[in-house]
Design a protein around this ligand. Sequence first.
Ligand code: ADP
Ligand code: MG
Length: 400
Amino acid sequence: MTKLKITEIDIKNKKVLIRVDFNVPLKSDGSISDTTRIKESIPTIRYALDQGASIILLSHMGRPNGKKDPKYSLSVCARALSDLLGQNVKMAPDCIGMQTAAMAKELKPQEVLLLENLRYYPAEENPELDLSFAKQLADMGQVFVNDAFATAHRRHSSTVEITKYFSSSSVAGLLMEKEIDALSYLLIKPSRPFFAIIGGAKISTKIGVLHKLAQRADAIFIGGGMTYTLMLAKGYEIGSSIVDMEAIQTAEAFIALCKDRSIPLHLPKDLVITNSEQKETRTIDIEKGIPPGWEGVDIGPSTRQTWNSLLEKAKTVFWNGPLGVFEKPPFDEGTRAIATCLSSISGAKTIIGGGDSVAAINQMHLAKHFTHLSTGGGASLEYIEFGTLPGVEALSNKKT
Ligand code: ADP
Ligand code: MG
């Protein structure tokens, strides 16, 4: 990596601002339903504590739309982090302002302060609305660490604008480093064969990454909702399956690109379909097309088998997006079958990006059998598409 890392600078006795991703999902009673994101930030926080730094944490949560809304207060995260670290985490009343700045100033080495939700201010997402917002954040620290990979595809005050105040001391945290190492492996030197599996709802959000993968991978497998846009582009009947009408031309261009480059493009041979009230479920051959009133909801059993035997030979796999409507069993069976297959390939690097695909693997308790589960949905796709992210680019370069 050409960017400076937290392990490469001196942070002892320094005030260290760490941009973390505490954008955790909440239950209806306001408690945290999944603390994965907080846990993922622990190695960097622990490292900085061990180095004797004072730690000031910055994060957003949810979409409070630039207004103070207690529903999105990060105080639940301060409590969860206190438990995980086994030490008190102070909660600031705001992310900027006199009181918060005073708390940051008084912070002693090995103490942790969490600032309130950055998105209480419109300038977080739109820095140009108030450039002094990033400056006020920056004024509280001597070093800036970005560990929020999942937000690094955004040009926000706390990801890009803030780095202008730390010309030689904006560094990557340990999670950021781990994410970049795993994803850049796919771009730089993947062991071959390298297979990419892309599913999920809409093709339009993933077309950039599909084009990139058509230049890097040895075969591409398409499942999930985007299957039907590609099927339509190929002239199959799709019934009332989910479709991205605006993406038909891009789908055609993608099919042509794979053909030009002789990259095998595997669409499901058979599909699980259901009728409008989901009363009846059938498996059909893709060649027959989907009858009117029926909707494709999963890859079929024969596809699962064929894909399994192809995927078993992989040395590198990148998977993003469920292959069916996995929230509604039994339409989770295709996603489950492929997850199980990938978890048992020996000697392959298996890298998963995307909120829903990672959730599916976690639900199945298979996480430990994968090389890397990315914490960034959109960020991991953009990293693969462009080979970098705005929040990564903005970090200080290593001295040569
Ligand atoms: P990820 O978060 O892993 O990137 P996406 O957000 O792109 O994945 O897509 C996940 C969604 O795609 C899920 O809600 C799932 O129900 C939906 N999906 C998958 N297959 C289909 C399908 N055949 N029809 C409709 N929706 C689908
Ligand atoms: Mg998703």
